[in-house]
Ligand binder design. Structure first.
Ligand SMILES: [Zn+2]
Length: 135
């Protein structure tokens, strides 16, 4: 019977099958094959990972924007590279400590059916909100 062990490389879960009674040499060969595969496909795996993160960001920002397209709630800029989720009640620090940043927050919002209390702001408007005491 084979035993599967998930290995996480560059955000990709690879299933490595371990044969029963595998020798040390066989294990080293198997691990070397995976390392070589990973090195050959590193750029491709990273690109796929970035595209997945970007897709979920667009999906979540679209949900929290008007007209179902990512847009800053204050100034109206639509450049996805400068848009981010803003915690309307300024409780982002505690949330970030719990979830991390970026893709983790977007995934959490999607999995939790887009809870209220969030909006889309660009970095400038987010910074200005902070300077104005969170208003
Ligand atoms: Zn803005």
């Amino acid at each position: 019977m084979a035993q599967e062990s998930p290995i996480l490389l560059a955000g990709t879960v690879l299933l490595m099958t371990k044969a029963k009674n595998e020798t040390t040499e066989q294990r080293e060969n198997r691990l070397n094959w995976w390392k070589k595969h990973h090195a050959l496909h590193l750029e491709e795996d990273n690109a796929k990972s970035r595209q997945r993160d970007q897709n979920i960001k667009i999906l979540v920002l679209s949900h929290y924007s008007t007209e179902n397209t990512p847009i800053c709630a204050r100034c109206g800029i639509v450049d996805i590279d400068v848009l981010a989720i803003d915690h309307i009640m300024n409780n982002g620090n505690s949330h970030r400590r719990l979830l991390g940043i970026g893709a983790h927050l977007y995934g959490w919002l999607k999995r939790n059916n887009y809870p209220e209390g969030y909006q889309v702001l660009c970095m400038n408007c987010n910074w200005k909100k902070r300077i104005q005491g969170g208003l």
